[in-house]
Write a protein that binds this ligand. Sequence first.
Ligand code: SF4
Ligand code: SF4
Length: 160
Amino acid sequence: MAIYDGIKEIEEELLKCMKCGNCQAVCPIYKETKAEASVARGKIRLAEAVLKGEIGYTPGIAKRFDLCLTCEACAANCPCGVKPIRLSWQLGRVSTTKGFAHSKKAAFTLLRHPKLFDLGLRMGGTFQGLVFSKKDKGMSPRFPIGIESRRSYLPWPPNP
Ligand code: SF4
Ligand code: SF4
């Protein structure tokens, strides 16, 4: 399977987008970043450019694609019935294959080794305070570890 086959599978979905910008009005990520590239319309445009070979799938582009809460507010507000979350899933797969999604790759590697995964969860529960600090009702990373630092994450339970 070629690296962009997953995106090609949903190309018809992308073509339904008429670039109206309705998704921009409801996207919580856009509200925060004010960056077109982080809203559904911008991601669709970037994905089209990647498929056409106009731009490369770089770590910087992958980071923009990764900015999504999967809330589906864009889909609910889309007059064309586009489901941008399908694009997010496929882009996540490309990022993992290319080795840009380090935390996801590590998690999938651990899932293939249940005992190691269990140990990893226990260690995470015990030492999470070294890596995360309290934020709102959850926690956020103290330093860059490859996950979005502005999000608030649920604390890990001490026992998996
Ligand atoms: S609301 Fe739908 S059609 Fe309009 S720009 Fe967003 S994804 Fe495209
Ligand atoms: S699913 Fe992602 S792109 Fe769509 S509105 Fe929510 S955060 Fe924005």
